[in-house]
Design a protein. Structure first.
Length: 653
């Protein structure tokens, strides 16, 4: 309903275009284009007060009228959706080049109605609207599809020196003097593919941030966001749905825990496998490869960047004996993630839970209409990832009525995956990040943090696609500017447990010491990158001085984000033969527990709950490095041994 100085006019808006061609300089027929196609009382206006087209569409009075006066009549909420459009318009004979403007509203051009007619160069910058293309409209056939129940209406294309083209109900098109008052039917865009996807990205990013900060998002469940996927050479509109916000750390599969987003419609059809087999389940299925390659890569880059790895447990068929565990970006849902019932033929049902969206709608084997998904506007079957335990050939699917079913893997059914953008682990890591920020600020403000020594913070590291819980410990708050090595001066955080196992070097050598060791590279790449990005941003560079063995002649100095501790930093004054002994000091944590070479139980490190050997960075002899034994004592071994690693880092000098 348009408000023309309080004289309301009823109008209809029609979708004219949804496809995109980014190579065209004019955006006027790119993306989501809509047109006013009627008014209850036909509105008319002239192109110019005088019969001239000098300056073309750019300088026309019609353009000013549409983008100022008429634009103001459009309701505020609809105006808020209209985006700027770069519009290329043809010149008349009085000008020497076409015109480029940026408009909210514009008239169609002649070429956007009819292809392959004057002007001949129009293909270089615009194209026919999808609506007319789909109806095979040309200047000689089917042009009645462009008839809006008036004899003529204005187009923005200039012709000769004094005229603009019009639609003509009798002859497809004509031209008329610019001062003539004819009806007009403006068009506008409410977003190109990129702009729509960018809006969806920003919404998802906002949700991810809020979720990570432990905000309650349960009221968002069921909300949908548009997304354009570029698949099989064309853009297609689909919708994402917020399907889950609950956390359940008791279930093995992460597929229904955390912030889960699912496609609310079917993207395309595809077979689970090219033959009727479920051997290898979801893990070995061709569908899994297709979803995590073709579909995943069709998702816009910025939205892809939000998707996290998910541990996916899936049921097996009769030819297999155990369930399958994979780590995926995208996954199909399992039966129990939709239906409240745990179905007997899904062996993986107990490892997951019903998604919040379906739980809120009470979806079950007797109430299943809300499990229906559409493909191109019609309800259709779509695949689930659950292999059927009583068949070697079938996977579960959802029928067009919404009921669960079992079908041959070779059937081509709908693909409607899900993914996660935030998890319980993200929440834990965010809380640790905030705690470390607060601790760093307190340190930099000069507050006494002695009582914080030994404080612990949980952290999940994502190593090889799998989250593992570790603990950070405040190990030092004393500043000592006299030390050459800064590894025990300032705010030092240490991993309490062993993160994993690694050799210092693959061969028994300590030539080059810590500086040239393979473990230094591993810790400052693989382990460093496994630390959450926000926590990584707090870690400062540290000057690390390390001892040398008998094949070298001087200590080594490096600048590292992460480093292993030295003998003195753990045991204090006991091992004076270590060549870098004098350039560092014992960390406050070990000092407070009186750890020494004779009292060392507090130095014990554990791996998966059991005491384990732990490397230090200190070299000695011809091929040795020091390590912490399972009883906490300090001893030596060859560099090739795979012992635990437990690095430290600093947050402040």
């Amino acid at each position: 309903m348009l408000n023309e100085v309080y004289d309301y006019h009823l109008s209809t808006i029609r979708v004219m275009n949804t496809s995109n061609n980014s190579s065209l300089s004019s955006q006027s027929a790119n993306g989501l284009v809509l047109e006013f196609i009627d008014f209850d009382n036909n509105l008319a206006y002239l192109m110019n007060e005088t019969d001239t087209n000098s300056g073309g569409w750019e300088d026309s009075e019609m353009r000013s009228y549409l983008n100022e006066t008429f634009y103001s009549y459009i309701p505020d909420d609809i105006r808020s959706l209209i985006i700027n459009t770069t519009v290329v318009s043809e010149r008349g004979s009085s000008d020497s080049s076409n015109f480029t403007t940026v408009d909210k509203l514009y008239l169609p051009s002649l070429y956007e109605l009819y292809p392959s007619i004057y002007p001949a160069n129009a293909t270089a910058y615009t194209r026919q609207f999808d609506y007319y293309s789909n109806k095979s409209v040309t200047s000689t056939t089917n042009y009645s599809e462009a008839d809006l129940d008036v004899s003529y209406y204005w187009l923005r294309t200039a012709v000769l020196s004094n005229s603009f083209y019009t639609f003509s109900s009798s002859s497809a098109y004509g031209s008329h003097y610019a001062s003539t008052e004819y009806p007009f039917f403006p068009v506008f865009r409410i977003g190109s593919y990129e702009e729509q996807n960018n809006k969806t990205y920003k919404e998802l990013l906002s949700l991810k941030t809020a979720y990570t900060e432990s905000k309650d998002l349960s009221n968002y469940i069921g909300e949908e966001l548009p997304i354009y996927l570029f698949l099989d050479g064309e853009y297609k509109l689909n919708h994402l749905r917020i399907a889950n916000t609950s956390i359940d750390t008791t279930i093995t599969s992460q597929t229904a825990s955390g912030l889960v987003i699912e496609f609310s419609d079917i993207i395309t059809n595809h077979k689970m496998n090219s033959t009727s087999t479920n051997v290898g389940g979801w893990e070995d299925s061709e569908m899994r490869t297709y979803v995590n390659n073709d579909i995943y890569n069709a998702i816009p880059d910025d939205i892809r960047s939000l998707i996290i790895d998910t541990t996916v447990l899936s049921g097996h068929g009769s030819s297999d004996s155990s369930n399958f565990t994979t780590i995926d970006k995208l996954y199909l849902l399992a039966t129990h993630e939709i239906y409240s019932n745990t179905l007997s033929y899904d062996s993986g049902a107990s490892s997951t839970r019903q998604l919040d969206y379906y739980s809120n709608l009470n979806v079950s084997n007797s109430n299943y209409s809300n499990a229906i998904k559409n493909y191109n506007g019609s309800a259709a079957n779509y695949w689930l990832r659950s292999a059927c335990t009583d068949y070697a050939t079938n996977f579960s699917d959802v029928t067009s009525a919404g009921l669960y079913n079992r079908s041959l893997a070779v059937d081509s059914f709908g693909v409607s995956p899900a993914f996660r953008i935030a998890s319980y682990e993200d929440r834990v890591n965010y809380n640790t990040y905030k705690s470390l920020v607060s601790l760093t600020n307190s340190y930099n403000f000069g507050r006494n943090l002695t009582n914080n020594i030994g404080d612990e913070y949980p952290i999940y590291l994502n190593i090889d696609g799998e989250y593992k819980l570790n603990t950070l410990r405040v190990s030092n708050v004393t500043r000592d500017n006299t030390l050459t090595s800064k590894t025990a001066s300032g705010l030092v955080i240490e991993f309490k447990e062993l993160i994993g196992r690694h050799s210092i070097n693959t061969t028994d050598t300590n030539i080059g010491g810590w500086k040239d060791s393979e473990v230094r590279t591993y810790i400052n790449t693989d382990i460093y990158n496994a630390i959450p990005e926000n926590i990584r941003s707090l870690i400062i560079n540290t000057t690390v001085v390390s001892s040398y063995g008998s094949n070298d002649s001087s200590n080594f100095t490096t600048t590292d984000k992460l480093y292993l501790l030295s003998t003195r930093e753990v045991y204090g004054d006991g091992i004076t033969t270590e060549t870098a002994y004098s350039v560092t000091r014992q960390l406050d944590y070990y000092n407070s527990l009186s750890v020494s070479i004779t009292s060392y139980t507090a130095a014990i490190k554990t791996y998966n709950g059991s005491a384990s050997y732990s490397w230090l960075r200190s070299a000695n002899g011809s091929y040795y490095f020091y390590y912490i034994s399972t009883n906490g004592s300090c001893t030596l071994n060859g560099a090739h041994a795979e012992y635990g690693i437990s690095p430290a880092f600093r947050l402040a000098n």
